[in-house]
Design a protein around this ligand. Sequence first.
Ligand code: SF4
Ligand code: SF4
Length: 233
Amino acid sequence: MTGILLRLGSRDVLAPDSREQVAAHARIAPDSVIEIGDLAKRAFEKDTRALAEMFARDREYVIGCSRPRAAQALLDYAGVDVRALRIIWLPLPFDREALQGGYGMPWFPVIDRARCSGCGVCADYCLFAVYAVERALPPGQKIRVVKPQYCKVGCPACARLCPTGALIFPFCHEPALNGEIPDPQPRSTEDAFAALGDDPMRVLAERQNRQRLIDPSKFEHAEQDRITFSGVL
Ligand code: SF4
Ligand code: SF4
């Protein structure tokens, strides 16, 4: 059994006795607990070799961290197949106020694969091509975060819209969005959209959707008429 103390990032401030808590659950000495820091930064920068080696050394782990859903989604994003391992997740007390002062970096979404239905609302809504859709894959694998660097800091609009609560921003101060709530309640897309109010992303997305609804063949027809009748009057 390997014991890991995992920090999501610099704003992830854990209780001082966290190492001892992990050691007790893994039944190992506190000195043997391995620390992983800045998980989000490693995942964002694809600095994942050390992570891959760490998770190749054993089949059973106790992982202590502030928000296990966020940690799982970040590890998934970093290419660690957490479902193939036997992991006991230990939620540890953390300092909520450390999340309040500004936005934690790197700021980008990760996906709770067990909850994602593959509906595509997030990919349709985001105007910045953060997501890609792989239609041939099973529902929970369809959506991928491909351009995390394009995500707008402080705009978790797609996570508010996700009907299953599958999108996580690990450094958002809202428990509903940062992976703190283990079992978020489903929400209707209409309600979530209404709750966004005058969010600029919503206004832009509505404009984009309206354009999608216009039949492109009508534009072609109009253009043809313009050419045909130009100079007639
Ligand atoms: S909106 Fe949520 S459930 Fe739908 S595809 Fe995106 S992450 Fe998955
Ligand atoms: S938070 Fe905003 S910019 Fe980032 S992925 Fe979601 S909708 Fe796109």
